[in-house]
Design a protein around this ligand. Structure first.
Ligand code: MG
Length: 472
């Protein structure tokens, strides 16, 4: 009897000891701070694809497109299952990313949907951008790739806080040749001189039309050069790829290589580019002090058929406020600071502004209104974030709102091809945890949820001051 008691006691002591050791270990892991925070602040790289769908990467379930480097980024970092672009199309989405504000506040949205080469507006000079904040904290900043936030003074990359800029001023399907055959943009084999889009370095046109087959490779070369040149000081790089936006071009090395046609080829080349960047960060021993975030500006352009991507299980695509239009891949990586994992905590590109501000140890003007939340607790301490609503705008109209797992649609409209929205007097209601494809509205069963969401939307709208429209 005594012997049994003694054995139990020993076991109990050891198990307590083991538990407290484990607990201490977890706490230590939980208290992790980004590696850059003790000495110089972390480098920050945002890689932004164009029109890449939720279902287009291996790590998000694509059965046909091979993305080993992005899959590795996800395996070593934190992959978001519920990550959103802040708009359903390009220009508003990019404005939101760089300012942390819903585009309605900056006026970077409207019925024309995006900026065109003949638009007179652009991202207002008064908007505070990530590179502007980071520059004041001693960062060197680079924009590489597509801009699409304005071509006039005050809105261009060098006017908006970037020290260096290399890329296209707008989408690669703009300024098309007058004699372009119908459907050329979405063709699997588009004419390489069909669009007169210029390639610009630091404000100077260096090539027109840009040789689109070379863009991913040249963006990557510029990115690697920038990292090399700035390895001794904190840097911010916004690498906004041109692809897989149509018309699709891949370099010779990637053309015809994927199972998913030219669309897959461009995504696989983009994946190669990510791999090159990670390699160089490791070579230069910058990997542990560089925060990398990968995402896409909006969902896949489904009306492009085989040349449009896939939203996986999500409904609709680019241009719509159904999940497929705005839920996109989102991967955060910083080895040693971000523990590998998958999170279903909703987050969006709006959060990158306050997150990078925190990482760079910068401060913001008190009067600045932003819509994002600093993701640091989730990224570095593996703790949750306070629940917050997410608002889905189409142009300057609020169409839907997500609160927890619930999403209410006040208006619905397919991305392209449905001329007018369908307005729902009783909103459609979906539980995204149980119905991610938004197939069965359960509005009738949950009037109390709809009421709660209505209150949240009203409160949000009362606090929104509309900016001067920039697209008309
Ligand atoms: Mg886009």
């Amino acid at each position: 009897m005594t012997k049994i008691h003694f054995t139990s006691l020993i076991l109990l002591v050891f198990s307590r000891l083991f538990c407290s050791l484990l607990d201490a270990g977890l706490k230590e892991a939980g208290n992790k701070q980004p590696a850059g925070s003790s000495s110089s602040p972390a480098n920050i790289i945002v890689i932004f694809a164009d029109d890449l769908g939720y279902g287009d990467l291996g790590c998000y379930g694509s059965p046909v497109i091979r993305t080993p480097h992005l899959d590795q980024l996800a395996a070593e970092g934190l992959r978001f299952t519920d990550f959103y672009s802040a708009a359903e199309v390009c220009s508003p989405s990019r404005a939101a990313l760089l300012t942390g504000r819903y585009p309605i506040r900056s006026g970077m949205c409207g019925s024309r949907r995006v900026l065109f080469p003949n638009s007179r507006g652009g991202l207002p000079a008064a908007e505070l951008t990530i590179p502007e904040v980071l520059k004041s904290s001693g960062y060197t900043t680079a924009h590489i790739g597509k801009w699409h936030l304005g071509i006039h003074e005050g809105s261009r990359p060098l006017d908006q806080g970037f020290d260096f800029s290399f890329g296209l001023p707008y989408s690669n399907d703009m300024d098309g040749r007058a004699d372009l055959p119908k459907g050329a943009t979405g063709s699997p084999n588009p004419p390489s001189d069909g669009w007169n889009v210029p390639l610009i370095r630091n404000g100077e046109v260096i090539e027109q039309p840009a040789v689109q087959e070379t863009l991913t490779r040249r963006y990557t070369d510029e990115a690697l050069k920038f990292i090399h040149e700035n390895q001794q000081r904190p840097f911010f790089m916004y690498l906004a790829h041109t692809f897989p936006h149509v018309p699709l071009f891949a370099s010779e090395e990637f053309r015809g290589r994927s199972r998913a046609g030219i669309y897959g080829d461009t995504v696989e080349e983009l994946d190669w580019s990510v791999g090159r960047i990670l390699d160089v960060l490791r070579e230069l021993k910058l990997d542990q002090k560089t925060f990398v975030f990968f995402s896409s500006d909006n969902g896949p352009w489904l009306i492009m058929g085989q040349q449009g991507g896939s939203a996986g299980p999500l409904r609709d695509g680019k241009g719509s406020t159904w999940e497929g239009g705005m839920r996109v891949p989102g991967i955060a990586w910083m080895p040693g600071s971000i523990a590998p994992g998958v999170t279903s905590v909703p987050a969006s590109t709006l959060d990158l502004f306050p997150t990078t501000v925190a990482l760079s140890q910068s401060t913001l003007p008190e009067e600045l209104v932003i819509d994002g939340t600093d993701l640091s607790p989730l990224l570095f301490q593996e703790s949750n974030l306070p629940a917050r609503p997410y608002f889905y705008y189409r142009g300057d109209q609020l169409f839907a709102c997500r609160l927890g797992e619930w999403k209410a649609h006040f208006s619905t409209q397919t991305g392209y091809g449905q001329p007018k929205p369908e307005v729902h007097d009783v909103p459609m209601l979906f539980h995204l945890g149980r119905d991610v494809s938004e197939k069965r509205s359960v509005a009738g069963d949950h009037p109390e949820v709809i009421e709660e969401i209505r209150r949240v939307v009203e409160k949000h709208q009362m606090n929104v001051t509309r900016g001067t429209p920039q697209f008309e």
